[in-house]
Design a binder for this molecule. Structure first.
Ligand code: ZN
Length: 192
């Protein structure tokens, strides 16, 4: 790595932590709140499509279909935000950057959570955690906002709470994976 690249990385990290100071972590107005909500819904939708593809590759059509449905729900929520705001295209990132830690929204989860052998139970647990995180994100915002902003944040929090409930329902009827679920007796081999 050149000295310049290292400096760039440091600057990027500094910028990232600068925008996650708790006292700054609050959208300033309705447009900014809605831009955050939009980004969160779109990222969640994309992640659920990835989960669906993994489940389908395991021939788990039932859970695959559940994740397709969730992807559609989150996608639809994103469109509703555009409609509600009269936006004809997705909002750009706010000038101060997104008000959440790391590069992805709280509902997105971590790509490192994905595993090609992951069971339905595992996928649902990750999804539940993401939904709970999204709920907490909006509840936390609501607690620090007033008026219309507060009402809107609470509305989003309630939607996410409903998704958490849905995940609990599915988890309750999905058996947990057997011990050693991530041990592949015939691991993929990569040959040049
Ligand atoms: Zn959700």
């Amino acid at each position: 790595m050149t000295r310049k690249e290292a400096g760039g990385k440091r600057a990027l990290r500094a910028a990232t932590s600068a925008r996650t100071k708790p006292e700054e972590a609050r959208p300033e107005n309705l447009a900014e709140l809605m831009a955050h909500a939009y980004a969160l819904e779109v990222e969640a939708s994309e992640r659920y499509s990835e989960f669906a593809a993994i489940m389908e590759s395991h021939n788990n059509r039932e859970i695959g279909e559940l994740f397709r449905k969730l992807a559609r729900i989150e996608h639809r929520h994103g469109e509703q935000i555009l409609e509600r705001m009269g936006w004809v295209e997705p909002p750009p990132a706010p000038s101060g950057g997104w008000r959440w830690e790391g590069g992805e929204g709280p509902e997105t989860g971590d790509a490192g959570d994905l595993h090609y052998l992951m069971s339905a139970h595992h996928a649902l647990s990750i999804a539940r955690r993401n939904e709970a995180r999204a709920q907490a994100f909006f509840e936390d915002l609501a607690a620090r906002m007033r008026g219309e902003l507060r009402e809107t944040a609470l509305e989003f929090a309630a939607e996410e709470a409903e998704h958490v409930r849905l995940m609990d329902e599915w988890l309750a009827r999905t058996p947990p994976p057997a011990e050693g679920w991530d041990v592949d007796p015939d691991p993929p081999r990569y040959v040049d």
